[in-house]
Ligand binder design. Structure first.
Ligand code: GAR
Length: 196
């Protein structure tokens, strides 16, 4: 059984989808939900589901990412995860941190990578006049929102869409895609999953 730690910064809806999926004959189980924001709504949701939680506020560390990550690593290493899932974790990780989990850290990003790494993905898709949008799960490498793609889900852009309506349509697919990719990845299969 693979042990999964999940890093969040916000409401944690992807985290909830991942946790709920890890039941029965799933090859993984959640062992920790950690956040850089002690107020992240997802922490309470995780605790309510019986998952151990940890919070390391990044703000006292200012721009010292190395010191922040050293603190964040403590609960993570104590949980002995085999796989680390970033699920709406909004801090850029240093290459040194990423390398510690090379080949076993996943991220979900709300665009069809390689399009629109970084922030404001939905507005950028709308501004570009794209007719479809979506989300990507990929292995994390030291380059932001890069790394081998393990799955994508596509949605249509509809007339009158705003960044909010498009984000909501994509988020529904994120909740399908991330659990599907994690189940496959935890079983040792890196074949990409493509959902429509
Ligand atoms: C999700 O849409 C996720 O793809 C995005 O943040 C949201 C978190 O929602 N992640 C990023 O933008 C990472 N750069 P959630 O907290 O409800 O899962």
């Amino acid at each position: 059984m693979k042990r999964v730690a999940i890093l969040i910064s916000g409401g944690g809806s992807n985290m909830v989808a991942l946790v709920k999926s890890m039941v029965g004959d799933h090859p993984a189980r959640p062992v920790l939900v950690a956040s850089n924001d002690p107020e992240a709504g997802g922490l309470q949701k995780a605790a309510a589901m019986g998952i151990p939680t940890a919070a390391v506020d990044h703000r006292p560390f200012g721009s010292d990412r190395v010191a922040f990550e050293a603190e964040l690593l403590k609960p993570i290493l104590a949980a002995k995860p085999d796989i680390l899932c970033l699920a709406g974790f909004m801090r850029v990780l240093t290459p040194a941190f990423v390398q510690k989990f090379e080949g076993r850290m996943l991220n979900i990003h709300p665009s069809l990578l390689p399009k629109y790494p970084g922030l404001h993905t939905h507005q950028r898709a709308l501004d570009a006049g794209d007719t479809e949008a979506g989300c990507t799960v990929h292995e994390v490498t030291p380059v932001l929102d890069d790394g081998p793609i393990l799955g994508q889900a596509r949605v249509p852009v509809q007339p009158g869409d705003t960044a909010e309506t498009l984000a909501a349509r994509v988020l529904k697919q994120e909740h399908r895609l991330y659990p599907a990719v994690l189940a496959r990845f935890a079983a040792g299969d890196r074949t990409p999953i493509l959902l429509n």
